[in-house]
Design a protein around this ligand. Sequence first.
Ligand code: C5P
Length: 316
Amino acid sequence: MITLLARAKINLYLEIIGDRPDGFHELVMVMQSVALADQITLRRLNASVIQINCDHPLVPTDNTNLAYRAAALLQKRFPNRTNRCGGVEITVDKKIPVGAGLAGGSANAAAALFGLDVLWQLGLTRIELQELGAELGSDVPFCLAGGCAIATGRGEEVDLLSNPPKLTAVLAKYNTLSVSTPWAYKTYRQQFKHTYRSPQSASSNATQPPTARVQSGDMVRALGAHDFSAIGSHLRNDLEKVVLPAHPKVAQLRTVMADQGGLGTMMSGSGPTVFTLAETPQQAEEILVAVRAQIADADLKLHVAPFVTQGIRLVG
Ligand code: C5P
């Protein structure tokens, strides 16, 4: 039996560059793992089946579950090695909110790949696991790497940043509100396609350097310099432009959170989780208490989540 922690991520930066031939969006992101985590337990089964246990009502336990798909992908890709190992029971203790922009499903898939590589003795490298992860979802390779990274392409090309600062995020999400990631990107395309860089200008960059629009360098420099106020001021998420107008409650939550003296406030991924950065866990606790005092809604769930350096942690 193997037990792992699958950590959530936040986006410190998410810029949408344009369309890709595969139908996805070309992105430039800066992602950070945080301590909020699901616990994943893997247990060998004699019969060659994959069984998912999860008591969260929004998490499927059939073959659409991303952790299920991770196990099925390994069985398909390595039949000789996995056949002799039998099947697996995957138990997900869900702590990361679902449909939240925190990559909870991707983190579960990453933990399943990482843990099954150990359980089934596949001997795969992190790069090989990340390549398999990219087939399951754009955020899975980052979840396998963890820490702080620039993610480009559709999000699957991950470059780790060294020595990132140890800040703490306050995460806030209305429990009963979820945002569909395909909806957010589709709506963004409908409204902002005129701003997309054409594939030609992306490849023939003799006249326009590729850095002309992308401002992630400011964030990366701020992270490298541990310049906390610059990290706060260079937060960016293009998807806020479609998610906040569609969900005024989230826009109002963002305003309240931005007012609490943290380093900066932004929506994560396709939302609707909003985060505020704090220098210390103590400051984060104070911000959490202040937000709770201003929004007396039992549906609003808040978490203090320090930055962590690993996406997946083997705990037993
Ligand atoms: O890769 P993932 O399954 O997480 O993506 C979910 C959806 O988000 C995709 O089906 C697509 O609609 C949208 N998406 C996108 N461009 C990306 C990543 C995701 O359009 N780079």
